[in-house]
Design a protein around this ligand. Structure first.
Ligand code: GUN
Length: 283
């Protein structure tokens, strides 16, 4: 492998150590950070994510409550749960795990979370502030990916960045973050004509497509920085959206799956939760 590894395991562990001190400081002053996660239905990937979030809270000393609601939960029941968490002063962060079952209106649900408790950065206020380059809570996955680039000392300003994927969770906020860092940003998606012509120009390539090993070596420029946001399961094994081994031969830096951006997503959720408490108490 020619590329250097952007190691999410190591970076997340280092960040957790800093977060532990911030939580301890808050707790010593009587402020115990609280995160409420709302999980509707039985989606196995969502259950895994939520279990990992609970474990991270335990490691850090954050009070975590998971509301596990049945698949047939109504919109009204979901909204009541959000409003109760909004009104609870011991809850500083609220996360509604996505995707919600098809009969529920996720946009409406997300818009009900108080923006100051929106630790996912999905509320219109936070997404809108990000688009304007203002201070806000930033979605955890793109925030984690940017953190990895910065920790490795990778320069972004003036670089060609290509983001493949235009979701509200990753692609769009990732593009905005890179733009804020003065990259020249292209967003590609399923209808992009000649995708490879775009990806081959990328100094920084972010793959957030949701298709296993979709980005092949011929789509990557020599020396590119490759950030793989995909988490796919193939024959029971996790793999990303990037064909790791051949692409790693060409790239200068690459994130692995598992052990890459996924680890940072959880660490950034913890960071956003601690920051939400610090804001309330003027830290
Ligand atoms: N589903 C997949 N990723 C995420 C995330 O970052 N937050 C929430 N709430 N749901 C998700």
């Amino acid at each position: 492998m020619a590329a250097q590894l952007l190691d999410g395991k190591i970076m997340a562990a280092e960040l957790e150590e800093q977060l532990k001190s911030r939580v301890a400081e808050l707790v010593s002053q009587g402020f115990v950070p609280g995160l409420t996660v709302i999980l509707v239905g039985e989606d196995p990937a969502s259950q895994t994510y939520v279990n990992n979030k609970e474990k991270a809270c335990q490691r850090l000393g954050i009070r975590s409550v998971t509301l596990r609601m049945p698949e047939q939960t109504t919109q009204e029941e979901l909204e009541t749960a959000i409003e109760e968490a909004n009104a609870d002063p011991s809850v500083h962060g609220i996360l509604v795990q996505l995707p919600l079952p098809g009969h529920l209106d996720s946009d409406r649900a997300l818009s009900l979370i108080l923006p100051e408790k929106d630790v996912d950065g999905f509320h219109d206020v936070n997404a809108g502030r990000l688009s304007r380059g203002l201070d806000c809570t930033v979605a955890c996955t793109p925030k984690g990916a940017l953190y990895m680039l910065k920790q490795a000392g990778i320069s972004i300003s003036g670089k060609e960045a290509v983001v493949v994927g235009r979701s509200n969770i990753v692609g769009k906020p990732m593009a905005l973050l890179l733009l804020k860092e003065n990259a020249t940003v292209t967003v590609c998606h399923s209808r992009t004509a000649d995708l490879a012509a775009h990806t081959r120009r990328a100094d920084i390539l972010v793959a957030a497509i949701g298709k296993p090993r979709f980005i092949t070596a011929d789509m990557v420029k020599d020396g590119a920085v490759v950030v793989d946001v995909g988490i796919n399961r193939v024959d029971g094994k996790l793999c990303g959206d990037v064909d790791f081994e051949p692409v790693a031969q060409k790239a200068s830096w690459i994130t692995p799956v598992p052990g890459g951006v996924g680890k940072m997503t959880i660490a950034m959720l913890m960071d956003n939760t601690v920051a939400a408490v610090e804001k309330v108490f003027g830290k």
